[in-house]
Ligand binder design. Structure first.
Ligand SMILES: [Zn+2]
Length: 167
């Protein structure tokens, strides 16, 4: 399956709510493979992607913070279908970027410790408890499934939003 085009802000599809999908379906498997291929073709250190970013309005995310050597101590590759945050506590601020918003980064405040439950492509329910960077990436990608972009979470545009120097 091919590398897919990534939707860019302000594409209206990025603001839509995504539907649940049968984790064992062929469709879920195909979309997950396309997401992986798209991540592999994205800039190095791309650590997450959501199905809506390739125009598939279903609840599938991929997170792999081990692609950034700074954050190697993580769960590695996570492919989660119908993920939801079941526990969240604490607070942290990270500088975030997004494949769909290539020109900006922003300091975003999110929970520090979270537990996410979701399904594998085999239909097995899994729970992931994590904190720090991996927790941020999971929250960012799950936001995509609800049509929420990091731009929606910028508290102060003047001080928290940054234009990338070049790319
Ligand atoms: Zn994003």
């Amino acid at each position: 399956m091919p590398n897919r085009e990534v939707l860019l802000y302000p594409d209206a599809r990025l603001k839509l709510n995504c539907a649940k999908i049968d984790p064992c379906s062929c469709k879920a498997r195909e979309i997950a493979q396309d997401l992986l291929d798209t991540m592999d073709c994205a800039p190095p250190r791309t650590v997450g992607i959501a199905a809506s970013q390739i125009g598939e309005m279903v609840r599938i995310i991929i997170v792999d913070t081990s692609r950034n050597p700074k954050y190697a101590g993580s769960h590695g590759l996570l492919i989660l279908v119908n993920p939801r945050i079941t526990e969240a506590e604490g607070n942290q601020v990270f500088r975030e970027g997004c494949l769909s918003i290539p020109d900006y980064t922003a300091n975003i405040s999110r929970h520090n410790h979270i537990t996410v439950s979701g399904f594998t492509l085999e239909g097995k329910e899994v729970m992931v408890t994590t904190s720090g960077f991996e927790s941020v990436v999971l929250q960012h990608e799950i936001d995509h499934l609800d049509g929420i972009l990091f731009l929606d979470r910028v508290a102060q545009v003047k001080t928290d939003l940054f234009r990338r120097k070049s790319h």
